[in-house]
Design a protein around this ligand. Sequence first.
Ligand code: FES
Length: 148
Amino acid sequence: MANFRDIIGAFKDKPGGIIEAYHALQKEYNYIPKGAVAEAARVFGISEAQAYGVATFYSYLATEPRGKYIIRICESAPCHIAGADQVIKAFERHLGIKIGETTPDGKFTLEFAECVGQCQETPVVTINSVPYVGITPEDVPAVLDKCR
Ligand code: FES
């Protein structure tokens, strides 16, 4: 795993580099570690509060550790109407966590998503950005088995 100092350093001379650095950090660690926010503040010459503000402004950036598998359930209108709520409940029940939480073994995180452009077959779930379409509550165990 790359050192977060090296990752941030690679973007230090780019305009808007802090956002790109955060993306690269999240790709490497699945979230932005606290120490990395402090390092970004130092490298980009802003306060830690500002660096933290940037990290928490964008919903797709996470500042808490997340699971190996990030399960995002689309909650935009077409998926909502197609029963996304029931799919969310099924994931919560099978994993024993609520939306926004990570399983204690660090394997799964449940999150809301907005439309991911796959509305032709709703509801839609993505796991580590791979879309699964037309998911029903009954499909949830099989979807989870693919990750186990
Ligand atoms: S509304 Fe869910 S994928 Fe478009």
